[in-house]
Every structure is written in C-alpha cells, then in structure tokens.
Design a protein around this ligand. Sequence first.
Ligand code: NAP
Length: 361
Amino acid sequence: MLPRMRRVALLGATGSIGRQAIEVVAAHPDLELCALQSGSTSLEALAAEHRVQHVQVGGDAVGLLERSEPDVVLNAVVGFAGVGATLWALEHGVTLALANKESLVAAGELAIRARRRGEGLLLPVDSEHSALWQCLEGRDPETVAGLVLTASGGPFRGRSRAELTDATAADALAHPTWNMGPKITVDSATLANKGLELIEAHWLFALPYQRIEVVVHPTSVVHALARFRDGALLAHVGLPDMRVPISYALTYPDRAATPVPQLDLVGLDLSFEAPDLDAFPLLALARACGERGGTAPCAFNAANEVAVEAFLAARIGFLEIAAIVEETLSRVDGAAARDLDDLMAADAEARRLAARGLQPA
Ligand SMILES: NC(=O)c1ccc[n+]([C@@H]2O[C@H](COP(=O)([O-])OP(=O)(O)OC[C@H]3O[C@@H](n4cnc5c(N)ncnc54)[C@H](OP(=O)(O)O)[C@@H]3O)[C@@H](O)[C@H]2O)c1
C-alpha cells in the first residue's frame, strides 16, 4: 500500500507506454490519473472512462502540469517533444517517472542541474535503466565498477551491412521481443536506441562512458547488469514486459503486484554477444557524441528523429538513417546549451541540417 493516493500526470497517454501505464494505474487502488496528454489523438473517451479532469492534445505540457498538480509525472511522450515536461518536473521537485529517454539525452546537463535544484526523484522507466537502478540502489558508488546494458539486437541481428541495403520499414517494425511504438522500434533495429540508452545511463548514474558497456542478448530476459569492484555482477532478470518497470516507478518504494507471469528459468537462453558496430554504426556514433558532450547528443537525437521519420515514410533506405545522422554531426558545432532556448536552437539546427540530407543530391 502507498501512504496516500498518488496523482499521476500521464504524458503520451495514447502510446504504447501510455496505454500500459493506464492499465497499471487502473489496477492499483492508490494511483489515480490527474492529467492526460497526447500529440494529436483525441483524449475524450479516455478522459471520460478514467474520470480525468485535465487533458491536453499537443502543445506545451507545462500549463497542464501546473493546473493538475501531480505527485508524479510519467513522461511517455516520444522524442524531443518531451523535454519541457522533463525539465519542469525536475525543476519543481515533482517525481519524474521517465520513459522519454530522448529528453535526457538531449538535455542531460540541464536536466541534472534542474534535479539538483528541485531535489525531486528521477525514476527511470526504460527497462534497462529501471533494472540498473534496482541493482545499484543502496550501494556505495565507490564499489561500482561499471554498467552493462543489454540489447536484443533487433530484427536485423546477424545481418551484415550489405544485407541491410533493402531493409524496409515493415521489416524494421517486426521486433523479436518487445512490442513498442514505431520510432523506438526502428531505433532498436539500428541500435540507435541502445546509443540513446548509453547516454541516458551516463546521466542517470553519473558514470563515465568507458565504464558503460553494451552487449547483445537476444532473449531480452536479462535487462541490465551492474559490475562491482570485487568481481561480482548483479543482474535484473524477468520477462520483457514494460508493465513491470512502469509499475515499479509509479509505486516506488513499494513493489506492487502486476499480472506479468513469473519467468520459467528451465531452458532459459542466457547468451550474450558483442554488437556489430559496422552494420549498426549509430551505437558507436552515440557513444562518440556522449563523449563529445555539449549539444552533440541533442544533435544526434534530432537528426535521428528526422531520419527515422523519413525512413518510416519510405523516403530513405535503412542505411541512410545512420548516414544522415553522421553527416549532421559533422556539421554542428555542438557548443553546450546554457538554457532551454539554446537547446531548442541546437535541436532546430540539427533538424534543418538533417532535413537537407534528405533532399536528392
Ligand atoms: N514502448 C516501449 O516499450 C518503450 C520502452 C522503453 C522506453 N520507451 C520510450 O517511451 C517513449 C514513448 O514510447 P512509445 O513506444 O510509447 O511511443 P508511441 O507508442 O509512439 O507513443 C508516443 C506518445 O507520445 C505522444 N506524442 C507524440 N508527439 C507528441 C507531442 N509533440 N506532444 C505530446 N505528446 C506527443 C503520442 O500521441 P499521439 O497518439 O497523439 O501521436 C503518444 O501518446 C519514447 O521515448 C520511448 O523511447 C518506450
């Protein structure tokens, strides 16, 4: 049981995470929805069904958050559009359950500074980061040697670069282990998603990039591992089902029951392999952007969003996604953002450059 009713503002309510979050909230007597936001989908029926007073379609989430006075903001918006809500929650010390990794990637430094001022909780919903948070909680940071993020490898695991030339959006959307929105599914196919997660882990757990590894683990049952200085590793293991990390973030520090079945350990495939950085160059590029710092990760994210949208619309091929991001990164200055205005300018400039890369030569 939670000490009292917890009011949840759900941003990205109509998406894959949003729908699963509604299920989690509906099943818990001490959680209630106080606000809903979508990008363009109507929220009328959802709001009526769940008796939610504050709703907003599109636009800036800040007004909605101020009106609805949530205890927790669950940011499940896709893309850079989630950045305002992330910064608002952190600045105001309102607990932030964060699925929208792009906001932390783009605004990492601003977000960490806002959290320091707001002194609120930043609880990861991304399954790997939720796993790491649980492996690390209560540990002395001095004892942590490194972090390991696992990647399913996506639908194209094992294919060479040459074999990816003709990969279509339909091929990329057929993810082997997770059922997610289209943007993150394509990001999983290119491994850009793991690159975004690498940067997200850097900001969440304050570790340098060289101490964060990525390994491919096709069955997705080991969500992440933490390495300790004595040689021990702690792993977080379970069925790949986002209701588990959503529920943990919304009911923390309690651990509410979920309808997710227990994992059968007999015959479990726990194999790991190195990622193929030649076929999937966006992972190494994200690491380089993280190390470069400033607004390089913001530009990486923006160019990737533009390229993924073009790929989903069949305007470019699969391999062009990485080519556009790389080209964009070679043209931006990557200077650090002092505030949200600087960040929005860096995001807009990277989008402009990436869009230029979409034009036929
Ligand atoms: N899906 C997963 O299993 C999973 C796992 C880990 C992390 N995540 C992260 O969670 C986030 C959401 O992923 P998803 O798979 O749930 O995406 P999704 O299914 O595409 O849903 C995206 C949600 O964001 C809303 N949205 C889009 N643009 C918006 C805008 N400008 N302002 C406000 N809302 C906007 C959409 O509304 P409309 O319906 O109106 O378009 C929708 O509700 C992403 O950052 C993703 O990386 C997802």
